[in-house]
Design a protein around this ligand. Structure first.
Ligand SMILES: [Zn+2]
Length: 203
């Protein structure tokens, strides 16, 4: 006989449900995270929640580029030494943070806030694309580097933006990517390998 008895506490269930609603989080990873929270010393858990609260109060997208910042205009946009004629378009703030770590990029960023994904119902209207076109026009941008991820969705997003910009007086480039340094060919997936061949450089 089937019973409806549910031994999981309601609040616990609610937290797991909320977390598993995040993109990329399944029920299992939500359970793991919740379990870690429950196992934390109470004081530490409360500190964590306070820190999250502070982050939510202070961190917001930069008015110009969309990078998460605790200032009105982010450190990159307000840095006079950056080259304002180049925009590097990325999916999320963390992509920009990663590029910043290389210390090899001196232009500005533009954060899309995601990538086109018909499966998840994410369309161009959900992304920060209108503002990108505005910036290109009003700031007399000379080059737009499309640095969306080398995934099917990232690629579709780059193509979509390329089509919007191709007839405008701006150079549009795509970051080169392919086989990671140190990788063995047989371990590289077909998509990456195909892209690496497509992006081959003359020696
Ligand atoms: Zn900014």
């Amino acid at each position: 006989m089937e019973t409806d008895i549910d031994i999981i506490p309601k609040t616990l269930k609610k937290v797991i449900e909320e977390i598993s609603g995040f993109p990329g989080y399944g029920e299992k990873s939500a359970q793991r995270l919740t379990l870690n929270l429950l196992k934390m010393p109470r004081g530490e858990a409360i500190e964590l929640i306070k820190t999250i609260n502070q982050m939510l109060e202070k961190v917001h997208p930069c008015k110009e580029c969309g990078i998460y910042t605790d200032k009105e205009i982010c450190d990159v946009c307000s840095d006079e030494k950056r080259d304002r004629s180049v925009l590097c378009v990325v999916e999320e703030s963390f992509d920009a943070f990663t590029i910043e770590k290389t210390k090899s990029y001196k232009g500005l960023y533009h954060i899309l806030g995601g990538r086109l994904s018909p499966l998840e119902g994410i369309t161009a209207d959900d992304l920060n694309i209108k503002k990108l076109l505005e910036r290109v026009k009003t700031n007399r941008v000379k080059e737009v580097i499309l640095a969306t991820n080398p995934t099917v969705e990232g690629e579709a997003t780059a193509t979509y933006i390329y089509n919007l910009l191709k007839n405008k007086p701006v150079i549009v480039s795509r970051i080169a990517y392919g086989i990671p340094f140190g990788a063995v060919l047989e371990n590289v997936d077909e998509f990456t390998l195909a892209k690496a061949l497509e992006n081959k450089i003359k020696l």
